[in-house]
Design a protein. Structure first.
Length: 136
């Protein structure tokens, strides 16, 4: 590990939240207006993520009064207070730039059917081996 890499690792946040492309997130951003500081919430879909270590950035897209608005946030910046995952999206691409051309229902990302720790939801229908055990 060289000296530059050590400096970059020291500048990363220890408590960076875990989110992926396609997730709908609420980004709590610190906004300074004069001498006052407040937190503004920006909610939208993560359409891109790039960079590594302390230079990692992510792009969030939302619709505001029918117009698409995108904002780029640094993951490890002190401006970003916290990131909450509202729902997890099911996507098969690393960049969702195709959402820029979509409108209405077509601009939505399907929801992933996962529980908290990366486990899939338990199925409500019994499997074939369970059916055999019940009938025997």
């Amino acid at each position: 590990m060289n000296q530059l890499e050590r400096i970059q690792r020291s500048l990363t946040k220890k408590s960076a939240s875990h989110f992926e492309i396609g997730d709908t997130v609420k980004v709590h951003v610190k906004v300074v207006e004069g001498e006052k500081e407040r937190i503004q919430v920006y909610e939208g879909t993560v359409i891109a993520r790039k960079g590594s270590l302390n230079t990692e950035m992510f792009t969030v897209r939302k619709l505001s009064y029918g117009i698409g608005v995108e904002r780029i946030f640094p993951v490890h910046s002190p401006i970003v207070a916290k990131i909450d995952v509202v729902r997890q999206g099911r996507v098969r691409r690393a960049k969702l730039y195709y959402l820029r051309g979509k409108k209405g229902k077509f601009a939505k990302v399907q929801e992933r059917e996962f529980m908290g720790g990366g486990e899939s939801k338990p199925s409500t229908q019994p499997t074939a081996s369970e059916d055999a055990a019940v009938t025997a």
